[in-house]
Design a protein around this ligand. Structure first.
Ligand SMILES: [Zn+2]
Length: 337
């Protein structure tokens, strides 16, 4: 696919900085050049955000995703869900109506991607409490998208600078996370990581696998999950043709990956990978969901309620998420073939 991809952007929680960050990102000519961008959400919320961001691109509502390229040429194309009563909610507050609006935006964008009407989706931050208050009981985007797409094995890869890190488990207790360190799951995450990094244009990705215990178990002195589960998983992955290495000590593997010794690292649990990626700056990192039938990237930060309505929100993570989605959408056909 060499033509510019059509990318759907979800509005995120309307009470947070999502709408403002979208306006700031889409005001940048280099972002607009990445593809045709379509906002999925309430157009009036976006118009309100224009008042405190000072951006001036005209907002144009479209009836169908396919119309976005024409309308987005010199403005902001919005598939208007008209699902927020702006007069009856406050910026920076948890509100079930906003949780519901955020949910509907994600659902609609996902449906468009599943129907191949858009090439990728980029999601803005949601508030998990508002989502749950609206009756949608998910741990966040990843679980919600896994259900909408019927893809229970989905997992998360964080991208920050040259560090790409995917996770064997994310939102479970540490005790449960240890139980999930099993060859079948590790091999699956290695395969998903391999595929995702290929979509970023790297032909044969070098993959590093973290240990679970200090010093990757120190030869069994500090734990045996490496010998029992992780090393066999790496051997299986290599037998499948993946360039997998490890297990490596969790305290050095991410630095080595950042230095380009590897193209991606696999973390054994949430904090192991997240601390590494977020130390590089939560306002720049991108979150990619692996294992979905659609391409989805996201900002790595939250709704930033404290800055909602001030015009001070930082759009860098959203800009990086759009760049990554555009790159993956362009490389998709090459990988599928
Ligand atoms: Zn998390």
């Amino acid at each position: 696919m060499t033509s510019a991809p059509l990318i759907a952007l979800t509005l995120g929680d309307p009470a947070g900085t999502g709408p403002e960050l979208i306006l700031k990102a889409l005001a940048q000519p280099d972002v607009r050049a990445l593809g045709h961008l379509l906002v999925v959400g309430d157009a009036a919320v976006l118009a309100r955000a224009q008042r405190y961001t000072g951006t001036t691109l005209p907002i144009r509502t479209v009836k169908k995703a396919v119309d976005a390229p024409e309308f987005a040429a010199d403005g902001i194309a919005v598939l208007d869900l008209a699902n927020v009563d702006a007069a009856h909610h406050q910026l920076g507050r948890i509100d079930p109506m906003c949780g519901q609006a955020a949910y509907e935006s994600i659902k609609r964008a996902t449906e468009l991607a599943l129907a191949s009407e858009v090439g990728a989706i980029v999601t803005s931050a949601i508030n998990k409490a508002a989502l749950n208050a609206a009756g949608h009981h998910f741990d966040g985007h990843t679980g919600l998208l896994a259900q909408l797409c019927g893809a229970p094995g989905a997992t998360m890869m964080l991208v920050a600078d040259t560090l790409r890190v995917s996770h064997v488990s994310t939102h479970v207790s540490l005790r449960q996370a240890i139980d999930r360190v099993r060859p079948e799951r590790i091999v699956k995450v290695l395969q998903l990581t391999h595929d995702a990094v290929r979509r970023l244009g790297i032909e044969n990705p070098r993959l590093a696998v973290a240990g679970l215990n200090p010093h990757a178990g120190e030869g069994g002195l500090f734990g045996d999950e490496e010998e029992k589960f992780i090393a066999p998983a790496i051997a299986q992955a290599r037998a499948l043709g993946l360039d997998a290495h490890g297990p490596f000590a969790g305290d050095t593997i991410f630095f080595r990956t950042l230095q380009r010794e590897f193209d991606a690292a696999v973390a054994m649990y949430h904090d192991q990978g997240h601390v590494a990626a977020k130390m590089l700056g939560i306002w720049r990192g991108v979150n990619v969901t692996l294992g979905l039938p659609i391409i989805r990237t996201s900002v790595e930060h939250g709704t930033d309620f404290a800055n909602a309505g001030t015009g001070r929100g930082d759009p860098r993570s959203l800009v990086e998420a759009i760049k990554l989605a555009a790159s993956m959408a362009r490389n998709r056909s090459a990988v599928v073939a």
